[in-house]
Design a protein around this ligand. Structure first.
Ligand code: ADP
Length: 497
């Protein structure tokens, strides 16, 4: 594998050497010897070459994960798994700035954002550490004639295939390996091809923390090859997937061979509803960052902005002005508030939707075009965009864009906005802004989505479940429900008379 020549290293992990995959505690090249490049989306520069795993590597990794599962690991005491997670949390804390910078380099998010995920990343590891010692079955009274005792045991599901996206590599990796380590599962994780570096660095830290060989394996590669092989593998007991709904559908099909368990955290087209009685000074940046954060590359972004008609023009204009005030640039610049999109492909997709929006008759109040001035031309920059005059049937109001694009839509009354907010095949996030507690309660119950944020957006906590309704997927991440996704329930009967 060739080294990359760079005049000055930009990050300690980027030493010019190709990155290998972690299988059975060893850092290996791909069986095919192939590598792929991972690119800095702010500059178009190659950051590293990475081993390109395919079905053969997935086989090796699943075998290693099975051996590890059949070994002492799945019988490790809860305290051992807890202390491993706590050690990993301490290592992640010590190396946090380095990990955050790697996320920024590999997928573009502003450093203020990746560093800002500190509380959540560490909180997740420490939360799962707590969960490791809280797993328990139940003693259940039964009505059989004769004397029987009946109780349940919770057991780790087995080998987990984790397939993650690129929009938050560090937290996405922790979100998969945290519950696996808490429950005694083993994992084969396939990072997204756009951003494999942080998961690989985190795998090094897992080793340093003392995670036994084969318990966490990381196989970078493409979705159609490595990802598909993992989803279909008969040695995998559960797939934990985060990504697009189209890939989610393929995962379900691929999983059918051995009827493996599947949890899916998919896309969205989330409504964010602003009533005229809201604290508009808070709602303007709130509704703006519900979409502009991470350049809109968040599955629960509040992209359908429903605004009560009497404040529609003014509010949409204020959100557009707020968008214009945000600094777009290289994520490594601490002043940057909106970074580039992750890849040239994503840029094409988002600019394609900008064109579709105009053709459909939507009126751009801000943004609307790719930025190409100066250094921007090298990267994949799209500024915060607000489209006004959007109708519900437009593609920009129905399809997930995954870019910093708000579709602002007027509404007249609460019943109408409930119907229209729910008129989507997705159901991941939702927001509403009001000072009226009755309206807030009514919408919180009526909106068919996994999360409802009232007078805020995107609040997340390791203890609070997150996941989708409808085509946004099933299963929950975070919270006790997440740990259950990694456990089987076994019923035990004992005849005692
Ligand atoms: P996005 O559009 O956000 O990149 P994807 O669903 O394409 O979302 O990708 C999310 C993850 O799914 C990535 O790790 C990708 O490599 C993987 N992936 C893509 N296609 C497949 C597939 N057919 N089978 C399994 N994994 C896949």
């Amino acid at each position: 594998m060739n080294e990359i020549n760079r005049s000055s290293p930009v990050h300690p992990f980027l030493d010019g050497k190709p990155k290998r995959m972690l299988i059975d505690g060893k850092w290996l090249e791909a069986a095919s010897g192939k590598t792929f490049e991972t690119i800095n989306p702010a500059t178009g520069e190659v950051l590293a070459r990475v081993a390109e795993g395919d079905a053969e590597d997935v086989d090796r990794a699943v075998e290693a994960a099975r051996r590890a599962f059949n070994g002492p690991w799945s019988r490790a005491k809860p305290f051992e798994r807890q202390s491993l997670l706590l050690k990993l949390a301490d290592l992640v804390e010590r190396h946090f700035d380095e990990l955050a910078a790697l996320d920024t380099l590999d997928m573009g998010a502003p450093i203020s954002r990746t560093r800002g995920s500190r509380l959540r990343a560490l909180g997740m590891l420490r939360y799962y550490a707590g969960q490791a010692v809280s797993i328990h079955g139940e003693t259940i009274e039964n009505s059989l004639p004769g004397e029987y005792a009946s109780f349940t045991l919770k057991e780790p599901v087995g080998v987990v295939g984790a397939i993650i996206p690129w929009n938050g590599p560090l937290t996405a990796t922790i979100w998969k390996i945290g519950p696996a380590l808490a429950t005694g599962c083993t994992v084969v994780l396939k990072p997204a091809e756009e951003a494999p570096l942080t998961p690989l660095r985190l795998a090094e830290l897992c080793q340093e923390a003392g995670v036994p060989p084969g318990v966490v394996n990381v196989v970078p590669g493409y979705g159609e090859t490595a990802g598909a092989a993992l989803a279909a593998h008969r040695g995998v007991d559960k797939v934990a997937f985060t990504g697009s709904h189209l890939t989610g559908q393929k995962i379900i099909q691929a999983s059918a061979g051995n009827l493996k368990r599947v949890s899916l955290e998919l896309g969205g087209k989330s409504p964010d509803v602003v009533f005229a009685d809201a604290d508009l000074d808070a709602a303007v940046p709130g509704a703006g960052m519900a979409v502009f954060a991470n350049s809109g590359q968040i599955c629960s972004a509040g992209t359908r902005l429903f605004v009560e008609r009497k404040i529609y023009e003014e509010f949409a204009a204020r959100v557009a002005a707020y968008g214009k005030s945000l600094r777009v640039g290289d994520g490594l610049d601490p002043n940057t508030q909106v970074g580039p999109l992750v890849s040239a492909e994503q840029l094409d997709r988002v600019t394609g939707y900008l064109a579709i929006g105009r053709q459909e008759g939507a009126r751009p109040l801000s943004g609307g075009e790719r930025l190409t001035e100066g250094d921007m031309a090298r990267g994949y920059f799209v500024p915060p965009t607000v489209f006004a005059d959007v109708r519900d049937d437009m593609r920009i109001a129905q399809e997930e864009i995954f870019g910093p694009v708000i579709s602002a839509i007027p509404f007249d009354d609460i019943e109408e906005v409930i119907t229209r907010a729910n008129a989507t095949s997705f159901g991941l996030g939702s927001g509403l802004w009001t000072r009226d507690v009755s309206k807030a309660h009514k919408l919180a119950r009526a909106i068919r989505a996994g999360s409802v944020w009232i007078n805020c957006y995107q609040a997340m906590d390791p203890a609070v479940p997150f996941g989708g309704y409808k085509m946004s997927g099933y299963g929950r991440e975070s919270g006790k429900q997440h740990v259950e996704e990694y456990l089987n329930v076994k019923s035990v009967w004992i005849r005692t008379d």
